[in-house]
Design a protein around this ligand. Structure first.
Ligand code: NAP
Length: 246
């Protein structure tokens, strides 16, 4: 799969799934923008890892939940690389706990990052994609957006919104030759699941027919496919990558 001469912006790429996507897309030839919100050191390490392999990458700090910062992220990316071909909306936060115990600050943080964040970045990039009649957007959703999870009600609601937004935007932007899809990962081995005890992890694994947590590469491979020409006629889809968990 060849992404030579393509420019990809990946939100939340300082670690976890976003980092995995950045490595995979750059390995396929794309120049990548590593967005982060607080972990500058980790973001710069991802840049170093990619440039050491002879590919191009830059790190840009921006809180995607802020409309202006999302806009500046796209402007700076365009200033540096001249264009944006691919947007991967990966940045996200989660919270595990009963809905009745959540306060409005917590609720807003999830909605602002996981829902508004995707809308902010997409809004900031789509004019250029429409003008060029070309673009690829991949949103990182979650299986919980498909089926709902107890103790993750707000997160499930946020990811359902991501799914709806993805399907609607695919219809709106299809005539401009822009494909919009989402990946719904199952349980992936990242810091987001760092709160799970070994016992809880073992229990969770029993619910996964393929018998293991997903890796960031499992998700990155699916994203790479969606960004490639092999997926030229795929748009408006939510593709589940969960080892048959749901
Ligand atoms: P993670 O390891 O916690 O990493 C989160 C990334 O998002 C970091 O790079 C972080 O940047 C960035 N980020 C957070 N808030 C941001 C903001 N407001 N603006 C810009 N960047 C922000 O998470 P992950 O497990 O890789 O998850 C990535 C995505 O996959 C999320 O959308 C998540 O909901 C989804 N997902 C994960 C799983 C899973 O099991 N891990 C399953 C399904 C879906 P800093 O490093 O600077 O903080």
């Amino acid at each position: 799969m060849n992404l030579k001469n393509k420019v990809a912006v990946i939100t939340g790429a300082s670690r976890g799934i976003g980092r995995g996507i950045a490595l995979e897309l750059s390995n396929a030839g794309a120049s990548v923008v590593i967005n982060y919100v607080s972990n500058e050191k980790m973001a710069e390490e991802v840049v170093k890892e990619i440039t050491a392999l002879g590919r191009s990458a830059i790190a840009i700090k921006a809180d995607v939940s802020d409309f202006q910062q999302a806009k500046e992220l796209m402007e700076k990316s365009k200033q540096h690389y001249g264009k944006i071909d691919i947007l991967i909306n990966n940045a996200g936060v989660s919270h595990n706990g009963l809905f009745m115990d959540m306060d409005i600050i917590n609720i807003k943080k999830i909605l602002d990052t996981d829902v508004l964040g995707i809308m902010n970045t997409t809004h900031a990039v789509m004019n250029e994609m429409i003008y060029r009649k070309s673009g690829i957007i991949v949103n990182i959703s979650s299986i919980w957006g498909n089926c709902g999870a107890s103790c993750e009600a707000v997160y499930s609601g946020a990811k359902s919104a991501v799914n709806g937004f993805t399907k609607a935007l695919a219809k709106e932007l299809g005539p401009s030759n822009i494909r919009v899809n989402a990946i719904a990962p199952g349980v992936i081995d990242t810091e987001m699941n760092g709160w799970l005890s070994e016992e809880e992890k073992a229990e969770l694994m029993e619910d996964i027919p393929l018998g293991r947590f997903g890796t960031t590469k499992d998700i990155a491979n699916a994203v790479l496919f969606l960004c490639s020409d092999y997926a030229n006629y795929i748009s408006g889809q939510i593709i589940t990558v969960d080892g048959a968990m749901i």
